[in-house]
Ligand binder design. Structure first.
Ligand SMILES: Nc1ncnc2c1ncn2[C@@H]1O[C@H](COP(=O)(O)OP(=O)(O)OP(=O)(O)O)[C@@H](O)[C@H]1O
Ligand code: NI
Length: 343
């Protein structure tokens, strides 16, 4: 039988989100938390989603996982497609809850900022990793325990033979986050969504966890979505970056291109918030917080969402809602002045 030639086939995305709209119908009004977001991530690739608090990063991840549950949240538009190991392309929004729960934690896993909220305090960490292995791989109790020890070793936990019997509260924050990563990896996911996994940790531990995620991602060829508000981490971990502002992606592209040549004033402003950034002359740029605040999610402004905080805004920025425009290749921006601005 002829082999299918995949070498010439265009890279198919592991996850493809198109024009996603997730809105919350609250008593106070409609919060359009995610409003027209398009993203994709390929095998072995890391996409960072970066933006200030409230920009819609977590709601994007939770919508993909379908973890918003029966709250006030509703997906009112767009599509989410996931390509599993059998190469089948699945429309996640069309799946039954039962089918989705098979995908969740099996093909797609998610880790959060606070591992204590995801780990169960009354079970040992070994039990929790082993449980994931038993459910997803059908291992025996003994086999799962042995593999749990190996996984704990793989995520950098020393003396895993002892730690396997520890309870979450007996471990440090960094160790707990490693356990969460082990639980996520126990089912060998094709896509891992990490939502600010290092925010609660001190800088040294944060760097270790970033290194670990990067190493595991390369070894396992996972697709990784890394949610953060910190552009420094984006440089360290990601291939692609999507900058979100007020429920939309305002700039996206390969990390090198976007960070070296930002074409949206908001990305420039985020870069100026990084303390150690140096300009071309090797001088330290002064740290500039972004003036103003995010628009009220209940009543976002007309035109460009960023215009009220933008030093370059003109009357047309208030009047016209900008579309994403191609800068070069895969680099896109939602600024109508991107060609003329020296950012
Ligand atoms: N359950 C909810 N009900 C109503 N509004 C919500 C709910 N969850 C989130 N929102 C709103 O949706 C918007 C996007 O929130 P989201 O949590 O995605 O932001 P974020 O970018 O992840 O921010 P952070 O960096 O603080 O985690 C915010 O305006 C938030 O208030
Ligand atoms: Ni968040």
């Amino acid at each position: 039988m002829p082999q299918r030639d995949t070498s010439l086939a265009p890279a198919q995305h592991v996850l493809s989100v198109v024009d996603l709209k997730t809105h919350f119908f609250t008593d106070a009004g409609v919060i359009k938390a995610v409003n027209g977001v398009t993203l994709s991530v390929d095998e072995g690739e890391t996409l960072a989603i970066v933006g200030e608090s409230g920009s819609g990063k977590s709601v994007t991840g939770l919508t993909v996982m379908r973890l918003l549950g029966r709250t006030t949240a509703k997906v009112v538009g767009g599509s989410i497609h996931f390509r599993g190991r059998n190469e089948e392309n699945t429309d996640l929004l069309a799946l039954s809850e039962k089918a989705m729960s098979r995908i969740r934690g099996h093909d797609i896993a998610m880790i959060f900022q606070d591992p204590m909220s995801s780990l169960n305090p009354v079970f040992t960490v070994g039990d929790q990793v082993a449980e994931s292995l038993r459910v997803h791989k059908g291992l025996s109790k003994r086999g799962a325990r042995l593999q749990a020890i190996e996984l704990l070793r793989q995520v950098g936990i020393s003396e895993p033979e002892k730690r396997v019997d520890a309870y979450p509260h007996e471990l440090s924050g960094g160790m707990r986050q490693r356990v969460m990563i082990a639980v996520a990896l126990a089912c060998d996911p094709r896509l891992l969504i990490a939502d600010e996994p290092t925010t609660a940790l001190d800088v040294t531990i944060q760097a270790q966890i970033i290194d670990l995620l990067r190493k595991l991602q390369k070894e396992l060829r996972m697709a990784l979505i890394f949610v953060t508000h910190d552009l420094k981490l984006v440089k360290q971990i990601a291939d692609h970056v999507a900058v979100m502002y007020a429920s939309q992606v305002v700039e996206e592209g390969p990390v090198d291109q976007v960070l070296a040549n930002p074409r949206h004033p908001y990305t420039r402003a985020l870069l100026d918030c990084i303390p150690s950034r140096r300009d071309g002359d090797g001088n330290r740029r002064t740290l500039k917080p972004i003036p103003g605040t995010m628009p009220n999610p209940l009543s976002p402004p007309d035109g460009c969402r960023f215009h009220a905080r933008c030093a370059y805004a003109q009357p047309e920025c208030v009047a016209i809602e900008p579309e994403l425009q191609v800068v070069e290749g895969k680099h896109v921006t939602r600024c109508i002045r991107w060609q003329e601005l020296a950012l």
